[in-house]
Design a protein around this ligand. Structure first.
Ligand code: SAM
Length: 204
């Protein structure tokens, strides 16, 4: 998976490649999907949600430019797979999931694998986790129509946020905090599940 899907497409950060080699992806997918765990695609994880394609997990992690002393916020725990990859590199990961059943399953898998520097919250992540701010990096794995302004405001100066944005055609963007503002750059065309709570008629 790492050689053919990730290195071959240009991800080169050795810490990211090592993390992707270490995390047992098959433990994060439902039992009936185990045979496809290392395939080059996203997979359903229940509740209408998905575990992202391995390449996208690696690409987004590399785009964060994580250091080993970094504290990271993740919005959209999902299966917990991306959370584990972050926790392999960073010192502390704060992860928020809006669907309680997914949050509980991810917590159980991550704790069974011995990850002790992950903090979990079941909530709408649109406002982030202000009590633990500022963060060196923030990653969102569900797409808002527009970036919630709360997220870049929770970054340290020079900190990096990577998120998908938009409906229909979506873009993966990287936002770097600069003083009281930020600089944005488009990285890729992507397809993510929508951020729940933002659209009228969806659960808060
Ligand atoms: N990174 C995850 C993984 O490796 O399995 C994939 C996450 S999935 C593409 C996006 C997740 O974001 C879903 O689990 C969804 O329930 C969650 N989500 C959607 N809206 C949210 C919100 N407002 N706050 C927190 N989590 C949200």
């Amino acid at each position: 998976m790492v050689r053919d899907q990730i290195e071959a497409r240009g991800v080169a950060d050795s810490r990211v490649l090592m993390a992707m080699r270490r995390v047992p992806r098959h433990l994060f997918v439902p039992d009936d999907m185990r045979g496809y765990a290392y395939a080059d695609e996203p997979l359903p994880i229940g509740d209408g949600q998905t575990i992202s394609q391995p390449y996208i997990v690696a690409f987004m992690t590399e785009a964060l430019g994580l250091g080993t002393a970094d504290r990271v916020l993740e919005v959209g725990t999902g299966s917990g797979y991306q959370t584990a990859v972050l926790a392999e590199i960073a010192v502390e990961v704060f992860t928020i999931e809006i669907i309680a059943a997914l949050a509980a399953r991810a917590k159980q898998v991550l704790e069974s694998l011995g990850y002790v520097r992950i903090r979990f919250r079941t909530a709408d992540g649109a406002s982030g986790w202000p009590e633990e701010a500022p963060f060196d990096a923030i990653i969102a794995t569900a797409a808002p129509l527009v970036m919630p302004p709360a997220w870049p405001a929770l970054l340290k100066p020079g900190g990096t946020l990577v998120l998908p944005v938009g409906a229909g055609p979506q873009s993966l963007i990287r936002v770097v905090r600069q003083g009281s503002g930020w600089r944005e750059e488009k990285l890729l065309d992507v397809r993510f599940v929508p951020l729940i709570g933002e659209r009228e008629g969806e659960p808060p």
